[in-house]
Design a protein around this ligand. Structure first.
Ligand code: MRU
Length: 348
């Protein structure tokens, strides 16, 4: 099992996703600031993994806080939550996890003024968020696996696998693993996913580790392979799903969804309930992260774009709900109209 992130006595341990697959290196982060920095710089990435890492980072920060009374600890903890919330803007799992940790703090505080007990409760809550993520992805993998036929080829974009979650199954790749574990033979086409290459570097690596057949294509080949009849379904993850089912995911997902519609291929989104943001009516309200131009102009240290040319680097785009055949969650499969079905899943 790939251990994306975990709590240890020394700190928060994570696999360094910036250097995969050429190097398999684990880092132990020893302060909440180091965890926040790891989220910002993509040591860890993927919506659920970001949420779990933030929760562990907050537990670590609280554990190390030196204040001797609960009021001091509360002030420090508020500040840590603020720092953590400024790491990445699009994946709602980050804000969801911070809110869970804040709630755990409030509950503990209402019961006790013991700083040690509050700290212990925060560690327990972060561990619970981790455990629940693994369970949720197993559940959605089982639901989603039923949508795929034996022998199907699935196209996916970015990495929505074990590496994008607490570990184990993943979301979009959880659906593929769910189908595989139900005895179906599934092959995967992985879009390379420029500019950070999550498809080539991460999806291909983790599927190969798991002996699931995978073929890499560059992003601009997707239309061609669909036209050739080589794709039976598209399954992607999500960073934030608005109340109406509009879905933010890695830049390029929208293009894949439009192509899938043109070729009559079902386009599925797989995500745990923690990715659904009912406070936003539509995808127009989802904040889209703009990342450093260097990710586009360089590969690692090598510059290949001319100096001085303007560059855009939006990290996500929004796929409108009308292109989404179903949203696979850990509570079941939601279909249009999503405003009703998603509300039921979240509240029910
Ligand atoms: O910029 P990243 O690598 O954090 O973007 C990740 C994605 O877009 C994933 O597809 C999404 O978070 C779903 S992960 C289960």
């Amino acid at each position: 099992m790939i251990k994306t992130v975990e709590w240890t006595n020394e700190g928060v341990r994570m696999i360094d996703q910036r250097v995969l697959p050429t190097e398999v290196t684990y880092l132990t982060l020893r302060s909440y600031e180091e965890v926040a920095d790891a989220i910002k710089t993509m040591v860890v990435r993927g919506a659920p993994a970001i949420g779990v890492s933030a929760a562990f980072g907050l537990a670590l920060g609280a554990k190390q806080a030196v204040g001797t009374d609960a009021t001091d600890l509360e002030q420090d903890f508020d500040y840590m939550c603020q720092v953590m919330s400024e790491t990445r803007p699009t994946a709602v799992n980050l804000f969801w996890a911070i809110e869970r940790m804040r709630d755990a703090f409030r509950r503990a505080r209402a019961e006790t003024s013991s700083v040690e007990t509050i700290k212990q409760r925060l560690v327990e809550e972060a561990q619970k968020i981790y455990d629940e993520d693994i369970k949720a992805n197993r559940a959605l993998g089982q639901f989603g696996g039923e949508l795929l036929n034996d022998g199907a080829t699935v196209l996916t974009h970015c990495n929505a696998g074990a590496l994008a979650t607490a570990g184990d199954y993943g979301t979009a790749l959880g659906v593929i693993r769910g189908a595989r574990d139900a005895g179906k033979r599934i092959a995967v086409i992985a879009d390379e996913t420029r500019p950070f290459l999550q498809g080539t570097r991460l999806t291909a690596w983790e599927l190969a580790q798991d002996d699931i057949p995978v073929t890499i294509i560059t992003d601009n080949m997707a239309g061609h392979v669909m036209k050739q009849g080589k794709v039976d379904a598209v399954v992607v993850g999500a960073d934030r799903i608005a109340a109406n089912g509009d879905t933010a995911n890695k830049i390029g997902t929208y293009m894949v969804a439009v192509l899938a519609r043109e070729h009559g291929i079902p386009f599925y989104v797989a995500a745990p309930i923690s990715t659904i943001d009912l406070t936003l009516a539509s995808g127009d309200e989802i904040p889209i992260e703009e990342r450093n131009a260097r990710e586009v102009t360089h590969i690692r240290e090598q510059r290949f774009a001319p100096e001085g040319v303007a560059v855009q680097n939006p990290a996500f785009d929004v796929t409108p709900n009308k292109l989404v055949a179903a949203i696979i969650t850990d509570k079941g499969i939601a279909r249009a109209p999503y405003t009703e079905s998603l509300r039921k899943m979240v509240k029910g």
